[in-house]
Design a protein. Structure first.
Length: 79
């Protein structure tokens, strides 16, 4: 999984679930700045789990502050 694909999957999920277009995301983007409520955010994480065939621990998801944090978490689970 390359980084561009990961951003693309996140963007698609955000559009489908939160009805928001995030075409200008970067790895420095803060999750809280996206304006996505916690329920929608966990649905997006669930979408990522399905797409990437992963299962995140809830405690790990609580530590994500930026998209870079999400990328690192995915790397940890893929490692």
């Amino acid at each position: 999984m390359n980084e561009e694909n990961l951003l693309s999957i996140f963007q698609e999920a955000a559009l489908d679930i939160a009805q928001k277009d995030f075409s200008d995301l970067s790895w420095d983007t803060k999750i809280e700045a996206l304006g996505i409520d916690s329920v929608a955010l966990f649905e997006i994480f669930g979408h990522l789990e399905e797409e990437l065939d992963l299962e995140f621990e809830d405690d790990d998801l609580k530590t994500i502050r930026t998209l870079a944090d999400l990328r690192e978490l995915i790397s940890k689970y893929n490692g």
